[in-house]
Design a binder for this molecule. Structure first.
Ligand SMILES: NC(=O)c1ccc[n+]([C@@H]2O[C@H](COP(=O)([O-])OP(=O)(O)OC[C@H]3O[C@@H](n4cnc5c(N)ncnc54)[C@H](O)[C@@H]3O)[C@@H](O)[C@H]2O)c1
Length: 472
């Protein structure tokens, strides 16, 4: 099949790569020239520096004859005139200053660009059926608005399908090759049958749940799934972690063992953390809350989950002053991990962004930052030309280099390489020194480091004052 993708970010690029690997001919249209240039190369490192997804580069390079990225509308047009399916993979962030409402402006702009082209199918006769797929996470009633948007551009003889993406960043390719479910929401049998051809390899697999529903249910299922996952992570630290922080002789790891032994509770998400970030959970929960309130009901639980998430980050940061009596003014701080989680270079809504802003607000002199994959994204975000305070950020080539000369270490991302940080700490940042572990990543070394004089604040633990007086 010929499939056009609009938007080649995490979702568009990964989804198109899987389609190409399934034998379809794909073109990905994106407005970001740098991204398109990088994703079009055959250099694995260049692709990885753009979208840090294990296996994506290999898949793109292996399927080059069936996948093209372009910023050229005429090139997209040539292909679009023969395409049977168009996937919309555009950002749907939260509207600035709104109470969770989705910003659909990227979507609307893309329809304005691509709609007039699609209306030219068959020299304007539009006799061939076209399926337009909402792959972006969108409001539940988006299907009606999508129909209206494309009709406004003169597009006819088309069906709108909701096919939400459930990929997990960092494991997107593995997850897309072996998805646990494929959800297709359509209104007509002809659109369902076109989608079965798109996803033939998954439809025919007995290991994958291929779920056909109506488009409202599909969009709703995605928002609710994300909310339940988000709530699980937040409940873990707001209730489980907090209990361990406030009661002596209660170790987070021991309590966790008790909880996960119950198969009804399970283990997913039961890790303490400074913040639940990323591009999806927060904005999708906001969108769900907004939609529930617009529909005339309350969204108390959803709003409370959002609040508890922010509370967790502020509470963690605040413990430095309230428990370790830190005076941030003039300090040199090491910050490890800017990605919102391991195995990605995505820093959208990462815990580190908020912490860096709080550190700058508190008057630190220097923040020495290290992340194995996300430093370029961080440098772009904290552009010193936009704010002179960002000149206080220094970027290091390794964790050890970031630690050098610092009085406090803050760990914000669960990169596996941080598990062995104790050695570098002893070498580069000897006690007295405050370690703030926002991931419990070095929990195996807490007792030894504390005995050596390090003070430790970890999510899910009471404060561990070091034997040596802190100088911060
Ligand atoms: N990232 C995830 O893990 C994930 C998972 C499931 C669902 N989603 C949803 O998928 C959607 C896309 O997310 P993403 O993470 O891929 O976003 P992204 O920001 O990584 O990618 C979006 C791409 O769209 C491009 N774009 C913007 N305007 C355009 C236009 N007019 N024409 C063509 N391209 C345009 C951007 O340049 C960008 O490359 C969102 O709705 C998101 O909520 C994301």
């Amino acid at each position: 099949m010929k499939i056009l993708y609009i938007g080649g970010g995490f979702v568009g690029a990964c989804s198109a790569a899987i389609s190409a690997d399934s034998g379809h001919e794909t073109v990905v249209f994106d407005v970001d020239q740098e991204k398109v240039a990088k994703l079009s190369t055959d250099d694995r490192d260049v692709i990885q520096s753009c979208l840090h997804e294990e296996g994506l580069a290999e898949l793109l390079i292996r399927n080059r004859t069936r996948i093209r990225f372009t910023t050229s509308l005429p090139e997209a047009e040539q292909f679009a005139l023969q395409a049977e399916v168009v996937f919309m993979c555009l950002p749907t962030p939260e509207k600035e200053g709104a109470e969770g409402e989705s910003d659909l402006s990227y979507y609307e702009k893309a329809v304005e660009m691509i709609g007039p082209i699609l209306a030219k199918r068959g020299d304007g006769t539009q006799t061939s059926r076209l399926v337009i797929v909402n792959k972006s996470t969108v409001p539940i009633k988006m299907i009606d608005y999508t129909q209206e948007l494309f009709e406004r551009q003169g597009v006819r003889n088309f069906g709108i399908v909701a096919n939400p993406e459930f990929l997990v960043e960092g494991k997107a390719i593995e997850g897309s090759i072996h998805p646990d479910r494929v959800v297709v929401g359509a209104g007509t049998e002809i659109d369902f049958s076109i989608m079965r051809r798109v996803y033939q390899r998954f439809h025919d697999s007995t290991a994958i749940k291929y779920i056909e529903v109506n488009p409202y249910e599909a969009a709703c299922g995605k928002l609710l799934a994300n909310y339940l996952l988000f709530n699980r992570v937040v409940t873990t630290y707001d209730v489980v972690g907090r209990t361990c922080e406030y009661f002596p002789y209660v170790s987070y790891e021991q309590v966790r063992k008790i909880l996960v032994a119950d198969p009804r509770i399970g283990s997913w998400g039961l890790y303490d953390s400074v913040f639940c970030g990323g591009s999806c959970f927060i904005k999708d929960a906001g969108s769900l809350a907004h939609q529930l309130e617009q529909a005339g009901t309350h969204a108390t639980m959803v709003r409370a989950t959002l609040e508890a998430n922010v509370f967790q980050r502020d509470h963690f940061f605040g413990r430095a002053e309230t428990e370790a009596k830190v005076n941030w003014s003039g300090q040199t701080v090491a910050l490890l991990g800017t990605a919102f989680k391991q195995d990605t270079n995505d820093i959208r809504n990462s815990g580190a962004i908020g912490i860096i802003q709080q550190l700058l607000g508190a008057g630190v002199s220097v923040i020495r930052i290290y992340d194995p994959a996300a430093l370029p994204e961080c440098q772009k975000y904290f552009n010193p030309e936009k704010n002179e305070l960002y000149q206080r950020l220094q970027y290091a080539g390794s964790a050890a280099e970031a630690l050098r000369g610092s009085s406090v270490t803050l760990i914000c991302t669960d990169w596996p390489e941080f598990k062995t940080l104790a050695g570098a700490l002893r070498q580069e940042a000897p006690a007295p020194h405050l370690i703030m572990d926002g991931r419990r990543i070095i929990q195996a070394d807490y007792a030894a480091l504390n005995a050596e004089g390090y003070s430790i604040i970890a999510v899910g633990s009471q404060f561990m004052p070091g034997a040596k007086n802190l100088t911060v």
